[in-house]
Design a protein around this ligand. Structure first.
Ligand code: IMP
Length: 198
């Protein structure tokens, strides 16, 4: 199957491409098909936003479209930044500004439990939809470590590994990450519905 990845985030696309290629899905970018569309994420859940993105790109291209909507959920912040992870703190901030803001908002909090969530949605031209969710649990670190990954990875501490997500190799991250878990669940659901040779 040939599918368009509904994203402009190069690092996220690289991770999705690596895992989807193992499913035999030929992934093309929006740039490859000449569609420069960035649908507004008006949903209040990861599921709604993943569906909004995939449906808009499928409609614009006529091809199956796959989107990921993901973010960091922090218990002590009532689930923030959640679906607003990419926009935390407003316009004009970069990834580093955002995790710095998060660390500031966590000052004095004893409960540092958090999780990354990823929802993958594929919308097919016939309107069918395959959706899956993956999570990985961790702890908000006291400070940043590592320079791999992207986004909040430098402050996402994995107690059982003794390091942050940004200290893992790309392969190690894919093996345990929310996005890796969502894509593996996606694969299972896809194969249950359509078999293994699509
Ligand atoms: P989206 O493009 O609306 O799904 O935004 C996802 C945002 O969540 C990203 O911009 C990051 O801030 C954060 N995020 C999602 N996945 C990861 C990850 O694997 N590592 C670190 N941050 C992530």
């Amino acid at each position: 199957m040939r599918a368009v990845l509904a994203s402009h985030n190069k690092k996220k696309m690289k991770e999705m491409r690596e895992i989807l290629s193992q499913l035999g899905v030929e992934v093309v970018s929006q740039a490859d098909v000449g569609v420069d569309l960035e649908p507004e994420e008006t949903g209040t859940t990861f599921e709604e936003n993943a569906r909004i993105k995939a449906a808009a790109i499928m409609e614009a291209t006529g091809l199956p479209a796959i989107a990921d909507d993901s973010g960091l959920v922090v218990d002590a912040l009532d689930g923030a930044p959640g679906v607003y992870s990419a926009r935390y703190g407003g316009e004009g901030l970069d990834d580093t500004d955002r995790w710095k803001l998060l660390l500031k908002n966590m000052e004095g909090k004893t409960d540092r439990a958090c999780r990354f969530v990823s929802v993958i949605c594929c919308v097919l031209p016939n309107g069918e939809e395959v959706m899956s969710r993956g999570e990985v649990h961790g702890v908000v670190a006291q400070g940043p470590s590592g320079d791999g990954g992207f986004g909040y990875d430098p402050i996402f501490y994995l107690p059982e590994r003794g390091c942050t997500m940004a200290q893992l190799s790309a392969e190690e991250k894919n093996a345990i990450s929310h996005r890796g878990n969502a894509l593996r669940a996606f694969r299972e659901e896809w194969e249950r519905r359509y078999g293994t040779d699509q």
